[in-house]
Design a protein around this ligand. Sequence first.
Ligand SMILES: *Cc1c(COP(=O)(O)O)cnc(C)c1O
Length: 398
Amino acid sequence: MTNPVEQNMYYGEFGGQYVPANIKVALNKVAAAYLKYRDDPEFNNELAGLLKDYSGRATPLYYATALTNYLGGAKVYLKREDLNHLGAHKLNNVLGQILIAKRMGKTRIIAETGAGQHGVATAAAAARFGLKCEIYMGAVDCERQKLNIFRMNLLGATVHPVQSGTRTLKDAVSAALDDYAHHLDDTFYIVGSAVGPYPYPQMVRHFQSIIGRETKQQVLAKEGRLPDAVIAYVGGGSNAIGSFAEFINSSGVRLIGAEAAGKGADTPDNAATMTNGRVGISDGMRSYVLMDDHDHVQPAYSISAGLDYPGVGPEHSYLKDTHRAEYYAITDDEAVRAFQLLSRLEGIIPTLESSHAIAQAVKMVPGMAKDQVVVVTVSGRGDKDVNQVADYLGVQVD
Ligand SMILES: *Cc1c(COP(=O)(O)O)cnc(C)c1O
């Protein structure tokens, strides 16, 4: 006897709502508001207007001719999420959630952030709507990303450095949840990826699925058919699930996620949750998680701050177990080479995150036929990563 709300919470055995009872009550109010407004024409008109005129959607689907010729296999198209306002796909989700917050009468927005990208997007949207905004960020990440703290401050947000645990993203999530538990009446928690307790994985997927909906229209217009594969980077999994959602029921479209293997999936320094994780409960959901032999969540490593998340969204765990999607681990080295390759060949500097997806295309595409079509989601622009890449390559830039 599963009730419908409960059924909605799960993807197979994954997902759920592993949080204290008072937070459950608050989250179910968020879920009710989300389910009400997602089909509300007035809500969707306001969101569509913001996505168009504030964020700059629709983003182009770009035929990467030089990369295609270089790889010598399938035609490669890039879905240009890097061309959104703030340089990534994050705002698609933040704008959707903030419109729900406003309709619920909330006056205060909180969020967690790793490298700072989600914090900046949330601060921008909160500024746009005149809402008070507080961001939790691990103290180590604060030290590494001072410029993003300044950006959030410019946008009117307060940033709280989190001093507990490893002082990174995982601890920022705990601190944000703790804040939420103490301010359930006036506060809306904007989660940055398709992770966490219900309704976040479903809601974030919904707002990010614009990526795949546009891709489908654009690829049909350009090629007259669906792609053979869609490739996206999987951190928490929001740009990937947004890229996949429209194609999940089209069995001819391979769905491919690229995750961060760091120094190697078989070394201690990796963030390859789908390759190395075990099923467990973390951040309010059941999903694959990187754990040590004592079932403790293990800190993740990757070249880029913000890619070092030890969990993954529950729908990806389900898509992996049901074999609907495939997940491959890409090392720092492979990602940096793809970062350089796309910059040289196409004049597009992708983020290190997206470079993992490009690297996966570099591996696969040469083995495909020339009349096949692959779409790679470029989740963001790489300006934020150039220092890190210079450092990795041993180039002195300051
Ligand atoms: C945050 C971020 C990611 C990782 O988040 P997902 O939820 O896995 O999409 C990937 N790319 C960029 C550019 C980001 O800012």
